[in-house]
Design a protein around this ligand. Structure first.
Ligand SMILES: Nc1ncnc2c1ncn2[C@@H]1O[C@H](COP(=O)(O)OP(=O)(O)OP(=O)(O)O)[C@@H](O)[C@H]1O
Ligand code: SF4
Ligand SMILES: [Mg+2]
Length: 316
């Protein structure tokens, strides 16, 4: 991390277990002011559970989440706002756009000119002129506009961090780019940070500064987006990348087997039963033995490039 810069969010050795299921199993990460961090991984890898814990909606089994240096204990810290996957489900159909965006302000009780703040948030979210949208109901606007209303409802709270869980997955492909461009612009304009969850690495390239790749409750690789795109180091990241249309020159690797049961996380490297590199039989025998028998551990807290993989860690 840069000296003197306080991370907006710092997650340290976080665990969230549901009974025997280790949905988050030792995650450390930082999100810095003004950056977009994409959290990618297959379904069931623990992405939503991790961001719910960051938002204070899910109690950690152990470990801590700090927001601007203070350990997160408050339910619904206004500095952290969430943008959900499905804007239609997130909006109350009986409230007008004005009421929806004003609601958070009323709960927070900030004072100030409510009408002005609501108009400003709508305009910044690309709904112009904002007054035209005040009296409308969610069913009277398009899906893309609904997601802009959700974003306005978050931005009116002046958050330091937006958590966005698959924010464009439910939208038409034709408007996904516009919503991503809006999120990117809000970062540039306000110094806000965004942690965006996606199972789509192609989307991550379009918006993220940094990428964290999650597999079975752990972050297995982090780094700058362009570095991970050019030189993915973890075999899991390589496999995810090989099926992204933007990387057609890579040989496609279809991973064998389902993502394992979280109640039975494999010993050794948790990816080893599915790892194409281990299966290729090109690793030195002592490295292959480590893959099967020794956990490479979580990637360290911070912003550098790291991969939890024995051949990488041993410099091969
Ligand atoms: N409240 C809960 N109680 C029990 N198990 C849960 C709960 N919430 C999540 N899980 C389990 O934790 C695991 C991780 O789920 P999570 O929703 O975090 O994954 P995800 O990476 O967001 O997946 P997706 O890409 O499908 O959204 C899953 O096996 C899920 O069934
Ligand atoms: S540690 Fe071994 S099994 Fe795990 S990802 Fe790296 S090469 Fe594959
Ligand atoms: Mg999810």
């Amino acid at each position: 991390m840069h000296p003197g810069m306080t991370a907006i969010v710092e997650v340290e050795d976080l665990h969230v277990h549901f009974g025997e299921a280790r949905a988050v199993d030792g995650v450390s990460l930082q999100v810095l002011p003004g950056e977009v961090l994409a959290l990618v991984g297959e379904s069931g890898s623990g992405k939503t559970t991790l961001i719910r814990a960051i938002q204070g909606l899910q109690k950690p089994t152990s470990g801590t989440v700090s927001v601007e240096g203070r350990v997160q204990t408050i339910f619904h810290d206004p500095r952290v706002q969430m943008v959900f996957q499905d804007p239609t489900g997130a909006l109350n159909p009986r409230q007008t756009i004005y009421e929806i965006v004003a609601e958070g302000l009323r709960i927070k009780g900030t004072g100030g000119d409510e009408r002005h703040l609501v108009a400003d948030a709508l305009a910044r979210s690309g709904l112009r002129p904002p007054e035209r949208f005040f009296p409308l109901y969610p069913h009277e606007i398009s899906g893309g506009q609904r997601q802009r209303v959700v974003i306005a409802g978050a931005m009116v709270m002046e958050p330091r961090l937006l958590l966005a869980d698959e924010p464009v997955a439910s939208l038409d492909a034709s408007i996904r780019g516009e919503i991503l461009a809006l999120m990117r612009r809000l970062v540039e304009e306000t110094g806000l940070a965004i942690l965006v969850v996606t199972h789509d690495l192609g989307l991550a390239w379009n918006i993220a500064d940094r990428v964290a790749v999650m597999y079975l409750g752990r972050i297995v690789e982090t780094g700058l987006a362009e570095e991970i795109l050019d030189r993915p180091r973890h075999p899991y990241t390589r496999a995810l990348l090989s099926v992204v249309p933007e990387t057609r020159e890579m040989a496609q690797q279809i991973l064998v087997g389902e993502i394992p049961d979280l109640t039975r996380i494999p010993s050794g490297c948790r990816f080893h039963p599915r790892c194409p590199l281990l299966q290729s039989d090109t690793l030195a025998p002592e490295i292959a033995a480590r893959c099967r028998g020794e956990d490479p551990g979580p990637v360290p807290l911070g912003v550098g490039a790291h991969a939890a993989c024995w051949p990488v860690l041993s410099g091969n």
